[in-house]
Design a protein around this ligand. Structure first.
Ligand SMILES: [Zn+2]
Length: 233
């Protein structure tokens, strides 16, 4: 028998995300580029993130046509954007010297002073897949970057190879938005959404519960979100 999907979150009714949605008010637009393999990943947080942020869009794909991607990054989403075009930046740690792609341009001074003009691009996939998305899309390489200042402990312990500093896409984006809009208390709604999501996951995946009790002593092979990886400074 086919499982019926929730029309709002597109999940099976048993794992419907809608009860975990807490809506945040925010100025920075968020463009979530989701790796195709994340699309049906029940433990992924990108769709929930998208549902919590009215000013966000979610697009699925690994390699994008260069022109189409450039358009996606810059196109106005509303009239205000047409008046004052958004400045797009990528949530991603600094590129290491051995990476096969050019170093990103520096963040222009003044951008951070006007969060209402910013559009933050978030890559949703494992560390390896996000890196491939960056390496295969020159339009992403050309974006100035935002790295997380301080990576706190993650509450997200339901995916394998998880160290405390590795954040889910939702948590990394929450930290980034808090960095960009420090006075905006509404962003805490994302934390509430994450907690509700985790509670739901624990009830559906008993194995995850034991994983949560075990600290990660090994060096992980993959992380769920590259933005959460500490910079090599
Ligand atoms: Zn739903």
């Amino acid at each position: 028998m086919a499982r019926s999907l929730c029309p709002r979150c597109q999940r099976p009714q048993t794992t419907c995300l809608c009860a975990a949605v807490h809506t945040a008010r925010h100025q920075v637009q968020v463009l979530i580029l989701m790796h195709p393999l994340e699309q049906h990943q029940a433990k992924g947080t990108a769709r929930l993130l998208h549902m919590c942020l009215p000013g966000s869009r979610l697009v699925v794909g690994e390699t994008h046509d260069c022109e189409a991607l450039a358009r996606l990054l810059a196109e106005p989403w509303n009239d205000a954007d047409r008046q004052a075009p958004r400045r797009t930046l990528l949530l991603y740690p600094p590129t290491t010297a051995d990476a096969p792609c050019p170093a990103p341009p520096p963040l222009p001074p003044g951008w951070l002073a006007a969060p209402e003009r910013l559009r933050l691009v978030v890559l949703d996939g494992t560390w390896r897949k996000s890196r491939k998305m960056l390496w295969t899309n020159p339009a992403l390489q050309a974006l100035p970057r935002l790295a997380l200042e301080e990576v706190g402990a993650s509450g997200y312990a339901i995916r394998k190879a998880h160290a405390p500093h590795q954040l889910s896409t939702l948590e990394a984006t929450q930290q980034a938005l808090q960095q960009l809009e420090p006075a905006n208390q509404s962003i805490a709604a994302l934390g509430a959404a994450m907690q509700a999501f985790m509670a739901q996951q624990r009830s559906h995946w008993p194995a995850a519960r034991s994983a949560m009790l075990k600290p990660a002593f090994h060096e992980p092979k993959e992380t769920p979100c590259p933005s959460a990886t500490p910079s090599p400074t």
